[in-house]
Design a protein around this ligand. Sequence first.
Ligand code: NAD
Ligand code: UDP
Length: 323
Amino acid sequence: MYIDDKRVLVTGGAGFLGSHLCDRLIEAGHEVICADNLFTGSRRNIMHLLDNHKFEFVRHDVTFPLYVEVDQVYNMACPASPVHYQFDPVQTTKTSVHGAINMLGLAKRLKAPILQASTSEVYGDPEQHPQNEDYWGRVNPIGIRACYDEGKRCAETLFFDYHRQFGMEIKVVRIFNTYGPRMNPNDGRVVSNFIVQALKGEDITIYGDGQQTRSFCYVDDLVEAIIRMMNTPKDVTGPINIGNPDEFTIRELADLVIEMTGSSSKIISMPLPSDDPRQRRPDLGRANQQLGWAPSTKLQDGLKETIAYFDGLLRDGPAAQSA
Ligand code: NAD
Ligand code: UDP
């Protein structure tokens, strides 16, 4: 379907999701330009691609314009972990908003389709469950998650305005919690935190009562869906939810990680951060219908791969983890 040797820009390509996307695009025969400022991404994630003549890494911050010639743009650049996006909230909003304006401007000049990695966070702490794409969400506009949530919401607005005003080909995917190998071990997100804590024998930190839910999607399923989305007909704009419909409490996740790692770690309770959504599960009807896609990786299978990855990383030592 997508084997026709395109030049593709992946912003945020040295991050967790972006690096897997670069792999898949290179495997399919495309040329890839990966633009990343390495804020949360790492050279380690793309090390294996650096010698490939079809791959080029450009250290670049998307809040500044970028001048390259490509056929498709995947805009993945933005820290995704609450710990990292709250570290410099002003820069987070700039990355989403100025980054979207810059990448939309680039795609407009090139008449290229552009895909936006949006997020289930646009639904905030939702009153509707599961969340479908017609739900407008419940976001606190002045809370500590707003730099990310409102930044991503504004980016969606920009994508749809560029589409309406200039006839641009846009593709917006709303990504629900996704996990897998190459997550940053210091990322702060729940799957990487619990696995690293379990492997090190440290306490497993549950925020709040652990009854809040998330639905976890394995990275390979996610990448397949976003490549399908990019290659849909022009009139398919999204937004389309991408995720996994199997919902777990955070407590259930902690128990599963302890069981699968055989760890002796204890579970401890920590304060729940403000505005932490109580429940989250995607309605995947639109993805099923418009992409012919559904996730196929069970949480246990995806966790097995992810645990093996972090186990290897921890054995390689601190230098490897920060590379
Ligand atoms: P990640 O932090 O691993 O990757 C983000 C990448 O963007 C990193 O390589 C980082 O260095 C880069 N980056 C950040 N700011 C930048 C800037 N100003 N200029 C250039 N590069 C910059 O996170 P991820 O999980 O791979 O997320 C990728 C995208 O998917 C993000 O846009 C995120 O919002 C979105 N998303 C991810 C999830 C998830 O569960 N993984 C869920 C919803 C949305
Ligand atoms: N969480 C937790 N312990 C951790 C990290 C996260 O209990 O060490 C909780 C967090 O409060 C949230 C859920 O796990 O309810 C998912 O958090 P994450 O940061 O992975 O992503 P979010 O979906 O909140 O953006």
